[in-house]
Design a protein around this ligand. Sequence first.
Ligand code: HAM
Length: 418
Amino acid sequence: MSKIDKKDKISRPRGTRDILPDEMEKRRRYELIMREIAENYGYREIQTPVFENLELFTIKSGEDIIEEIYNFKDKHGRELALRPELTAPVLRAFVNECSVMPKPLRFYYIANCFRYERPQKGRYREFWQFGVELIGSGSHLADAEVILLAYNILRELKLDFELKIGHVGLLRHLLREIEEEKASKIMRLIDKKDEKGLKELVREPSIPAELEKNIYELIEAEGSRDVVDDVSKIIPDYDFSQINNLCDVLDALGVEYSLDFGIARGLDYYTGVVFEVYAKSGLGAQNQLCGGGSYRLAHLFGGQDIPSTGFALGFDRIAEICKISPEKRDTVVVINLGYEAETLKIAETIRNEINKRVITDVMGRNLKKQMSFANDVGADYVVIVGEREIKQNRFVVKDMRTGEQKLLSVEEIVSLLK
Ligand code: HAM
């Protein structure tokens, strides 16, 4: 090939990954655990489009969010966006398709999301979320259920994590006199823990000194349940029953958590209890494994103003630190020495009768090369289908772990491998 003909390798887009089979087997195992637990709580799977009308994501958060989104125009000039998350899409689907179904509705999803962020360890431009949305209830029991569900999934995955619970209603209540745009900005700076930016903004003359003091006292309030008493002194006119009732339920169930009234959440739609889960080790700066809380979105998409609650787990971050191994499947290599019909029939029998992974040669290789390939793929057993074996209707079976060989009929092979 001449220099001109030779093409450079085409690389992946920045912030994306190829997930190879070893990793996919692990991910499927974790996904199965998450699905099973969510289904045990009555959640059912929902799927929404990978792209939506851009407006779905800007309607609440404003045009600023476009900077963090993959948006594009289609051939008809429609403004579209790859979904950055699934809460808004699921609520849109609820308004469009299921608003008359009996409430509450319990949905779960596992899906890829896209955000135009600066990639780093644990932060990608294409990533996966496992999430749930419980639509139709604003009760503390709904908050308790989704927190318990996230908590149990993370425990089942044997992760070392920290659960923090807050309440954005308190912050919003404090900021109620401030114009909406500025209040959102303050919430965002609190979420990003941008102390310098926050200091500059709350020092503005339009914000009274008393309010500035209260904001700082509130966002620094963290620890055990007793902080609710401290916070109720800062905001005496607020009803703390939701958070108190939630704590009662979680305490009764033995859930380990701490309170943190500095949780502001990055997305604008939260209204009440919010929570975040952090990995204690293994992830560096991007160690948030889960985020969620109660919110109101349906009315913005043309539905009734109903309360909902939910969370999303960062699937890639979990896959990065989870140590549970995928379930091992036995692999059998049936050596093909040119007796194609016989080889393929035996391979089919083993696959169909005992559901094993069976591999046969498709390269026309000799015995030595096929044995070496069997080693490469980690075969547990090798079955040799040669002329002599076919004549006597008995086949050499080699246990690759012990090296032991036996001459067996197909029925005997099936019962040996069972
Ligand atoms: P979020 O906090 O933006 O919430 O995302 C949830 C989780 O997704 C994060 O805790 C993190 O683990 C993971 N995540 C976010 N961005 C990235 C990224 N660039 N790369 C890898 N993982 C990432 C939501 O999306 C809400 N929709 C959650 C929710 C559901 N609230 C109510 N219902």
